[in-house]
Design a protein around this ligand. Sequence first.
Ligand code: 5GP
Ligand code: MG
Length: 484
Amino acid sequence: MCGFIGVIGSEAAVHEIYDGLVAVQHRGQDAAGIITYDGDRFHVKKGEGLVRDIFSAANMERLRGDIGVGHVRYPTVGSGGGEDAQPFTVNYPFGIVMAHNGNVANYDALRGELAEAGLRHLYSECDVEVLLNVFAKALADKSRDGFTLESYYDAVAECYRRVRGAYSVAGYIAGHGMFAFRDPYGIKPIAIGRKRRPDGGWAHAVVSESVVLDTIGYEHLETGPPGQVLFVDLEGNVTRHQVAPAKHHPCVFEFVYFSRPDSMIDGASVYGARSNMGERLARTFAERGLEIDVVVPVPDSGRTAALAMAQALGVPYREGLVKNRYVGRTFIMPDETQRRRSVRSKLNTIDEEFRGKRVLLVDDSIVRGNTSRQIVQMARQAGAVKVYFASTSPPLVHPCVYGIDMSTRREFVARDRTLAEIAQQLGADAVVYQELDDLIEAVRDEQPEIRQMCHACFSGDYPTGDITPEMLQLIEDERITQGK
Ligand code: 5GP
Ligand code: MG
């Protein structure tokens, strides 16, 4: 999972891109990059780590131009260093810059085809480079008489034909303008906005989470319909074109965990959806007939749903776990002991909230179960007499091939286990999961026009219909060799 922002027509482009990347830092803390264009040349800065650690005042000064693209990376394919960070460029045709959010599922096959039939050598392990090369080759073939919008539409159509997986893309073509497109399934979010310039013209931005538009003061224009391409030329004229029929299936995990609660995805409020998840989970929980004295959220992602759940159950909501916000996420720490230690440095209990109580802990999801197990243990040490664990999403049992680095099937604690067995693994007195239908309805309550969603990680039902067992195996093998 990653975050991007593209800006065109703004004098403050690099500053807006920087602020935008900070706003979606939660989407990737592994690496970041910005490439701007000043009408003559590209200016590049990439690095590993957090946005604030990569870009210095001197870099910002150097990244000139009123057009640019930035990206924060959460690795999916390729473990890569700073040089593997997005955006990527090709010099032919025209000079193109591209960044994406998603995952190219047929990466290996395309890489081979590009080398054999396209005579192109890729120099990174980053999947956007494959996408960019498919796009660039098609654009070159179609633009023998110069750049036209039709040649751009054809190049995107070629990507839709050849590139499997999920991708929301932002980029620009030197001397022509900024482009953006979303795959026909619309699995990854994208949003488009604009801002009035002092001279009366418009600056435009394409972002991977709507919250970025708020942060940089752009008005929301649209949510980037699936299968549709967008082009903003140097004069600020916007053209849209439906290249392939939409088969919209937005990712439900964006609502569960990934997106910020203050974002809107395809017209649905993430905060609202999480709140609905809490209400619906309260009903499932009530059917279990378990008595509790208090609901305690696992910060931060469990909070919104936990509050709604407590209200629905008529039980006090207490913040018994305190998070140190300066500790990095535990999920991505490389080895097990390190991960275990870091849960303690990240979370602490307020013992008073647990002592002598029957506690319901609420988190957004249970992945490997390591965090959850330790939190249950901490709750007991703090004096809880019963500890129940609720997940606002169903059991995670299938790998995500569309961009969420969900570990391998073997590692999911819920895989091939009954509820009682999972509870035992976590050391909890019981676990309660959201029903899949309830999860989907929690989002649809916010936006009924969303008819179908991608829930492959829960159901194994991959909406693009082209994910083969071999692809799943490849993804799994790669994650194992990377030691994740
Ligand atoms: P577990 O200990 O079960 O492996 O991890 C569960 C925790 O990981 C939950 O608190 C959830 O918020 C978080 N989580 C779920 N999915 C992801 C993800 O894709 N990336 C990161 N960094 N954390 C995740
Ligand atoms: Mg969490």
